[in-house]
Each structure stands twice: as C-alpha cells, then as structure tokens.
Write a protein that binds this ligand. Structure first.
Ligand code: FPP
Length: 263
C-alpha cells in the first residue's frame, strides 16, 4: 500500500536510541501484521487498577498501532480482541468489553474515516449482545467505501470454530452438487474463512511474553513470523511496532525451502 512520506516522517520522528529508522526497509514492510493484544489485565493489576482499566488503556494502544500501520503502508492490520473462549471470563468483564467494543468503534470512526481505513470483523458477530452487534453493523456501513488499509478485528473468533464453519460450508456445497470433493483445495478452504480475500499474516506480534497461539488464525499463520515481546499491550506503541518489523526484516524466511524466495 502507498504511504505518505511526510506523514511517515512526522509520525516516526524522535526514535528511541535503540532504534535505527534508517535500517527500516520500506520495500519489505509486512503486508499483513497481526496483533495478539495480551496483558491488559496484568497491566492494570500491576497498577492497582481494575482489569477493565487495562482494556481501556489497550484501546489507546490499538489506536496508535492503527495510525502507525497506516503510516507504514501496511495493507492489513488484524487484532485479536475477543476469542470464543473469552466468554468464560467473569460476567462483568465480558459486559464491560462488549460495551467498550461498541463505544470504541463509534469513538474511532473519525480516525477510521480520516485514514480511509476499511474494517472487517473476523468471527461470529451475530452472537454478540444486540447493542454491540448493531453498533458494529452501523460502523461497518460507515466505513464501507474506504479503500485504504484493512483493519480486521477478531471478535468472538476461534481458529478451530472458523475451520469447522468452512468445512460445513464446503460439505454443503458438495451435497448440493455445486462442487465436488476434489474441488476442495487450499484455496477453497481459504475462501471460506473469515479472512477470505485477505493476504495471510506475515508477522504476528504477541505482547506480554506469552508463547502461545491461543486458537488464533490457525490456518492463516502457517508461514507467519512470530515476534513476542514482554511488554504488556497497553505499553505497546509505535516503537514497539518498529522493533517488531525490524526483527521481521532480519529473519530468513525460507517457506520450507533453502533460502528466502524473491519478492
Ligand atoms: C487481552 O488482555 C485483551 C483483551 C481480551 C481485549 C483487547 C481489546 C481491545 C484492546 C479493544 C478492541 C477494540 C475493538 C473495537 C474490537 P488480557 O485481559 O487477556 O490480559 P491478561 O492476560 O493480563 O489478563
């Protein structure tokens, strides 16, 4: 995706001492960066605050990372906001998160409009509380004509559930005779995932030091590079993103071969 050199320079002025912005190769920015935003609760607890305060602080980080990704010319930024397993959290925390999701989407509409960000949801949003779902549908319609970076928000998302859904859809197509079993190949499966039409993540960032995939984009991350930082999500900022991209650019991506294929 095109990036605006002036806005880039302004946004990434005053780099911390450990970052050499000159080392960043703008021709090798990952097309799709995905964030597992972890550590909101621990961030809050460490400050004697309620866990929900961590989620509020996490939203501020997400806003910064959205803007940073646009400035870098990233095509797709995805973020894991709520998993199918997160329903098991205390009722109050789930309710606050659902409220925050709706409020955030409305509050951030000016940013999404200004930056021409297209929004898609990954996951079953039909199962969300009606108010959250309605706000999401309203926000999606407001962003429908945007043509810039895609922001893919995983809400009520589970990688296994996504694969089950794709398998069922494909099975139904076989039963109805639209396709044969032999038509089911990797492209067919990709086309039945929530991420249909999006490139696979090249870089997955997980904050708070956890070394897990947590049922996230199981199919799509087959060849993704992982970057794990101990920083809690609310403390993750534009410089954290640059550190992750520099680490990515230092990797030798072989895709099962002997050397990185030419891009
Ligand atoms: C993980 O921290 C974070 C979440 C479960 C929620 C993150 C959501 C946002 C930042 C807002 C997303 C906004 C929209 C519009 C969808 P955790 O609670 O698992 O932290 P812990 O591991 O320290 O407990």
């Amino acid at each position: 995706m095109q990036y605006d050199q002036d806005k880039f320079t302004e946004f990434f002025a005053d780099a911390p001492a450990d970052i050499d912005m000159g080392a960043l190769d703008m021709n090798r920015i990952p097309r799709h960066i995905s964030c597992i935003m972890d550590g909101n609760g621990r961030w809050a607890t460490a400050r004697g605050l309620a866990r929900t305060e961590g989620h509020k602080a996490g939203i501020v980080s997400l806003r910064e990372i959205i803007t940073a990704a646009v400035r870098l010319g990233v095509d797709v930024l995805s973020a894991y906001a709520f998993s199918t397993e997160n329903w098991n959290r205390p009722k109050h925390e789930v309710a606050v998160l659902m409220h925050l999701f709706a409020k955030t989407f409305i509050d951030e509409l000016p940013l999404l409009k200004r930056e021409n960000v297209r929004v898609v949801f990954l996951g079953d949003i039909s199962a969300l509380p009606s108010r959250t779902r309605e706000v999401f549908e309203y926000g999606l319609a407001e962003c429908r004509d945007h043509t810039g970076m895609t922001l893919a928000l995983a809400v009520n998302y589970g990688g296994r559930a996504e694969l089950v859904r794709a398998a069922r859809e494909l099975a139904r197509n076989v039963v109805s005779g639209t396709i044969t079993a032999d038509d089911i190949d990797e492209d067919a499966i990709s086309a039945h995932l929530y991420t249909a039409g999006l490139p696979d993540p090249e870089l997955v960032i997980r904050t708070s030091g956890e070394m897990r995939v947590s049922n996230y984009l199981l199919w799509q991350i087959a060849y993704a590079e992982f970057y794990i930082t101990d920083t809690y999500w609310p403390d993750f900022d534009r410089w954290g993103l640059i550190r992750a991209i520099l680490a990515f650019q230092g990797r030798d991506r072989r895709f099962g071969g002997l050397s990185a294929p030419a891009r």
